[in-house]
Ligand binder design. Sequence first.
Ligand code: SF4
Ligand code: SF4
Length: 133
Amino acid sequence: MPIFYECQRCTACCRWPGDVRVSDEEIRRLADFVSLTEGEFIQRFTRLTRDRRGLSLVEKTNGECQFLESGNCSVQSVKPQQCRDFPNLWRFPGFEKTCHAKPHPVDAERYVALVTQATGRPEEYVRLHPSAR
Ligand code: SF4
Ligand code: SF4
C-alpha cells in the first residue's frame, strides 16, 4: 500500500546542509517574489551545485537555507520544486530520523491525489514517478 507522508512543517529539511536546486523558471519566480532582477538574485542567493551542473540556493553559515526566517519558509508560495517534492517524491535512507512527516498508508488513488496536492506536480507525473510508491 502506498504511503503518503504528511509534512508537519518542522523545517528540519530547511536546516540540513546540501544543494537546493533551482531551475531557470524557479529563479525567475523567486527573483520576482523578492523584488530583484534574475541577475541580482543569482548573485546574491545562489551558488553552483556540488556537481557543478546547476545552481543551488545558498546556505547561511550554520547550514540553514537562506530563506528560513523565524522557523518558516519566507518564500513558501514560490519555493523550489525540490522542497515541495520531499519526502514523497524523493527521500534518503533513514530520512525519518530527522523528518517528522506523518506516514499515512493510503490506497493508490488517494496517494496520487494527496501527493499531487502536496507537491503541485501534475497527476500524471505522480503516477509515473518511480519513487511514488
Ligand atoms: S526554500 Fe523554503 S522550503 Fe526550501 S529549503 Fe529554503 S526555507 Fe526550506
Ligand atoms: S518535509 Fe519533513 S523535515 Fe521537512 S518540514 Fe516537513 S516534516 Fe519537517
